[in-house]
Ligand binder design. Structure first.
Ligand code: GDP
Length: 424
């Protein structure tokens, strides 16, 4: 297992953070390769409970080097707040265990504001953005109108560069949204304050990773969100603005020639979704509330109640395919313990036909779930640590999913704690 990516198979919030926290012991370097402070991982360990947004989950392991790669949307202010929070719990964060690529572009305050302005303009057609500036940031990246973290070391050039960018940006701010233009001095002051805090961590991570690779170090790539939120393969336009698929990991991490040996796809034992867009298996009313309460399904970044429903095998199979998962981690199996019968969406009905292919985004609105029921186990399984100690009905549920999606389930998670895991 020299290089491994841990990725989401569904809509995100599958429990990737807890999986990275678990397996980091086998890796030397943990790298975040996409996304920004818009989604969160929850990690529970000996230091406490943390909602991580930008920091790689390996930050809690001694000896692990954590990297924010060039594919990330780097909001210095959000990162610094998160670092302070983690350091307050007694975790050391130094330039030895956290490195930020000099090639990582900076997300600035106007990206956040523009995100909110655009959502407001869209009104009831809003995408359900978390308003952390992610979509405006990635648009600017592709237009090559961003500052790179390494520019903080060249203040005079940075000032000139930012002035040119702002001149352009203010055209949109004022003329499209009718908002107040941004002053160069304000942006520079913000950069001095928060850019200054993270400057000691910025370096050439491309050469660092090249040398680490040559020295035989093992890399763990950490994704945010899931396959169905991938910019290219997800439910467009209800996706994030970056590639959450494993194939992007070496590029966004800053080591494009590295090959992935293992892809751990994280799947939740039921479905949850944050934000807008089609969610075929969605439950409403009391049934939904019961599952939401049982699973504590509220967003880490936003506190928003998540939409919930039974596991969706059509979407999960598609997620496994586009992620190229080599093994799966099924999380939150313990949450289903209250159910008499466990619902499973096996197919969709679309235009009067049964299908097990995940539909094109605009067809998805018309898809209806076909649900089967498996036996429940009705007993607390959160203390179980061995496969043979799981109730037969819980084993059957795991085996059913494994067969239906065509990928081995190597890990079954029965609680948020690091050790609440069954290895198969
Ligand atoms: P991520 O973004 O994929 O890391 O997922 P989140 O952190 O948003 O959501 C996963 C939530 O489920 C977190 O609160 C975890 O602590 C919790 N969690 C993860 N695995 C399990 C599990 O097997 N059982 C229970 N009860 N909670 C879990």
């Amino acid at each position: 297992m020299s290089n491994c990516a841990i990725v989401g198979i569904n809509w995100g919030d599958e429990g990737k953070g807890r999986m990275v926290d678990l397996v980091t012991q086998d890796y030397d370097v943990v790298i975040r390769y996409q996304g920004g402070s818009n989604a969160g991982h929850t990690v529970v360990n000996e230091y406490g409970k943390f909602g991580l947004h930008l920091l790689p989950s390996g930050i809690f392991r001694k000896g692990v080097v954590n990297i924010l790669g060039n594919g990330v949307a780097l909001d210095c202010e959000a990162l610094w707040q998160e670092m302070e929070n983690v350091m307050q719990a007694g975790v050391a964060i130094t330039p030895e265990n956290l490195k930020i690529s000099e090639r990582t572009p900076l997300l600035l305050p106007y990206h956040r504001d523009l995100d909110a302005l655009e959502e407001a303009r869209l009104k009831d057609k809003a995408y359900g953005s978390t308003k952390r500036g992610i979509a405006p940031f990635y648009s600017d990246k592709y237009q090559k109108k961003v500052l790179l973290a390494g520019e903080l070391f060249h203040p005079e050039k940075l000032k000139e560069h930012l002035a040119t960018i702002l001149q352009w940006k203010n055209l949109t701010v004022a003329n499209v949204y009718g908002a107040k233009p941004y002053a160069l001095e304000d942006m520079l002051a913000w950069l001095e304050e928060f850019g200054g805090k993270i400057k000691p961590f910025i370096c050439n991570t491309v050469t660092y990773l090249r040398d680490a690779q040559a020295a035989g170090k093992r890399f763990l790539f950490e994704a945010q969100l899931g396959a169905l939120r991938d910019l290219d393969f997800g439910i467009v336009p209800y996706t994030t603005s970056s590639n959450a698929v494993a194939a992007y990991a070496p590029v966004g991490a800053g080591c494009p020639s590295v090959r992935l040996d293992t892809v751990i796809g994280v799947v939740k034992a039921y479905s949850t979704c944050v934000g807008e867009g089609p969610f075929t298996c969605e439950w409403f009313g009391e049934e939904a509330e019961q599952l939401r309460q049982a699973g504590g399904e509220y967003g880490v970044s936003t506190g928003r109640p998540r939409r919930v429903g039974p596991i969706d095998l059509v979407a999960t199979r598609y997620g496994v395919e586009v992620q190229g998962a080599t093994t799966l981690a099924l999380t939150k199996l313990d949450i289903l313990s209250y159910m008499e019968k466990i619902p499973v969406c096996t197919h969709y009905r679309l235009d009067g036909q049964l299908t097990d292919e995940f539909p094109f985004p605009s067809a998805l609105d018309d898809a209806e779930p076909v649900v089967e029921y498996l036996d429940g186990w009705k007993t607390d399984i959160s203390g179980v640590r061995r496969w043979e100690d799981l109730p037969k009905a819980a084993q059957d549920y795991v085996l059913y999913i494994e067969k239906a999606v065509g990928c081995p389930i190597g890990y079954v998670s029965v609680g948020p704690e690091r050790d609440a895991i069954i290895l198969r």
